[in-house]
Design a protein around this ligand. Structure first.
Ligand code: ADP
Ligand code: TPP
Ligand code: MG
Ligand code: MG
Ligand code: MG
Length: 332
């Protein structure tokens, strides 16, 4: 059905069902002039927002409505995870072009509700408007964190280890496979595409890392090179990152070979992995590495003095400056 047949208010009524997954902290959700929420005592309130724009962040010829809904929430929960927090609520604004159907919007919200349900997050409001050109989705996520566990980008100290969760580069490579039309639904490379279209935010790992004495943390949206440099700049330190230690999946190595590319390039500059990069003193890391975080941890380097800069060490031991060259909106 066309959206204009239904109109704005009936569309919101459709969206409204099954949006509260954790009733205890909501007084008013969708349906009033503002949501009314109950903050957790003795916790800090986290607020973050990320916007997704058609043909900048997604292409509807390669991403389904459900996947897009899932991802638009995931990228926001990832920023809450990078602060060491637990996500609690989201507010969702959508600008809808006339070529989309009511079914598309329902499916978009099914993807959103699935991930919100998974992480116990409430959808407490939003805004619905028309767009003359292209779909835009803006999500604001709220979360809470114990002040003692709050993770900034600015706490890294010389001698700390640099550690990442999961494997890097899958999403960037998955995007390239999609763009080149080089993937099959059930093929070997399918996991790369899945990680690009439906990334999983590292919420559990982020909270455990934050409880273990980590000194800084960032999520990887723009690529490791960019995010590591952000930590270094905020913390006034340098880093030595060993190329050989950066975790790459078997799939990205094989796909990169098939594409005539280097898997490492996707990890450093591809972005959208939504894994975490953090720094932690060696003693604390040896304790953390014994815990089950539901994902693997890999030490990729160490924090050094600021005057050295952020260095990448290749397999021959040669060092070069690792430029913050990841995804940059005005420099593609
Ligand atoms: N248009 C804006 N107005 C105000 N603050 C902004 C705007 N864009 C980005 N920021 C802030 O700049 C910082 C960096 O943003 P960004 O690079 O998007 O972070 P992330 O990669 O964690 O999503 C964040 O604190 C964010 O809230
Ligand atoms: C159609 C399409 N083109 C390009 C990309 C690649 N891309 C778009 S935005 C982005 C970086 C992450 O998004 P951003 O808005 O910078 O998130 P933030 O850093 O604020 O979390 C990347 C790698 C994509 N996902 N889809
Ligand atoms: Mg952002
Ligand atoms: Mg972000
Ligand atoms: Mg970015």
């Amino acid at each position: 059905m066309e959206i204009k047949k239904l109109g704005e208010f009936a569309l919101i009524d459709l969206i409204k069902v099954d949006t509260i997954h954790n009733k205890e902290n909501v007084v008013i959700g969708i349906g009033d002039d503002a949501a009314a929420l109950i903050p957790a005592p003795h916790h800090l309130q986290l607020v973050t927002t990320d916007m997704l724009v058609e043909m900048v962040h997604f292409d509807l010829s390669t991403t389904s409505a459900w996947q897009l809904g899932y991802k638009s929430i995931a990228v926001n929960l990832s920023d809450i995870a990078a602060m060491g927090g637990q996500p609690t609520h989201v507010v969702i604004s959508i600008a809808l072009p006339s070529y989309l159907s009511v079914d598309f919007v329902v499916s978009l919200y099914e993807g959103m509700k699935e991930i919100c349900h998974e992480f116990g997050v409430n959808i407490v409001g939003g805004d619905t408007v028309s767009s003359p050109n292209g779909l835009v989705i803006n999500v604001t996520a709220m979360g809470e964190v114990d002040p003692k566990k709050l993770q900034r980008r600015s706490g890294a100290g010389v001698g700390d280890l640099v550690v990442v969760t999961g494997a890097l580069g899958d999403s960037g490579c998955g995007l390239e496979l999609l763009q080149q039309g080089k993937w099959t639904e059930h093929g070997f490379f399918q996991p790369l595409v899945t990680r690009h279209v439906t990334p999983r935010p590292q919420v559990t790992a982020g909270a455990m890392i934050a409880s273990s004495g980590s000194t800084s943390m960032n999520d990887i949206s723009d690529g490791l090179a960019s995010e590591a440099n952000e930590i270094a700049r905020a913390s006034h330190v340098g880093m030595r990152i060993y190329a050989e230690m950066i975790p790459l999946s078997a799939e990205v190595c094989a796909a990169a070979r098939a594409l005539g590319k280097d898997g490492l390039e996707y990890a450093l500059y591809g972005g959208e992995d939504y894994q975490l990069v953090f720094t932690i003193p060696p003693q604390q890391f040896s304790l953390l590495s014994q815990a089950d975080l539901g994902t693997k941890l890999t030490v990729i380097g160490e924090v050094i003095e600021e005057r050295h800069g952020v260095l990448l060490v290749d397999e021959d031991g040669a060092e070069s400056l690792l430029e913050p060259k990841g995804y940059n909106h005005f420099r593609q």
